[in-house]
Design a protein around this ligand. Structure first.
Ligand SMILES: [Zn+2]
Length: 223
């Protein structure tokens, strides 16, 4: 964010007020498991609710959706900690966090869960091109938000790494960060276009260069 601090603070206050229209509800359905117990001890439901709320506000700012009419019509964001495989997944406005992942994570689990929730909350709010956008881009935008929020884990690829622009996750997030540096607000414009459908030509429409050329220039910059 390049907003002046005072302006950003008052914008945050205004947006916190509008966040009042959306409810956030975290529950733990796995408190009786090792990972679920660790969640209660190290993270907690009150903190998780706070993250769902602050992540949503951060996402609206990142997507330049200060007007609620521009957002996806979501009334409630839910999180359930459950005894399932994987790390986390999101279906519509419902996030599931794996208690097993929380239990097995080595390191600062509160910070990791916070980063995971920024990623998953992005899935709640982002447009998916009416199902036409590729999965790598969808995951890349979610990790871009996690990156900009300051929760990129140390094991992520460095800028310039990766084989394809749409490889997904950290690789695509770093590339989107490069694109956004060429034209601040790029990711917000891209997401807005993805409301009605998807074509790779969106990159050229916004930045004047096609996505393959942008990827080549990105790779060359860090070679
Ligand atoms: Zn994801």
């Amino acid at each position: 964010m390049k907003l002046h601090v005072a302006a950003a603070a008052s914008l945050l206050l205004a947006m916190a007020a509008t966040a009042g229209a959306v409810t956030f509800n975290a529950t733990n359905a796995a408190s009786n498991t090792t990972g679920g117990h660790r969640f209660d001890q190290a993270v907690g439901l009150a903190y998780a609710n706070q993250v769902l709320s602050s992540a949503s506000i951060f996402i609206w700012i990142t997507f330049n959706q200060t007007n609620p009419a521009d957002r996806k019509p979501v009334d409630a964001v839910t999180l359930v900690v459950a005894d399932v495989d994987g790390a986390a997944f999101t279906v519509d406005d419902a996030i599931t966090l794996s208690a097993q992942y929380v239990g097995n994570y080595s390191g600062d689990v509160k910070t990791e869960v916070t980063g995971v929730l920024y990623h998953e909350t992005t899935h709640v709010w982002q447009w998916d091109g009416q199902g036409q956008a590729n999965g790598g881009l969808i995951e890349g935008i979610a990790d871009y938000v996690r990156l900009k929020a300051g929760y990129a884990p140390g094991h992520w690829v460095k800028p310039g790494q990766g084989d394809r622009w749409d490889q997904g996750y950290d690789v695509t997030a770093r590339f989107l960060d490069y694109c956004d540096s060429l034209k601040p607000g790029f990711v917000a414009l891209l997401n807005a276009k993805m409301k009605g459908g998807y074509t790779d030509d969106f990159f050229a429409q916004i930045l004047g260069k096609n996505v393959q050329q942008l990827w080549q220039e990105y790779k060359a910059k860090y070679a």
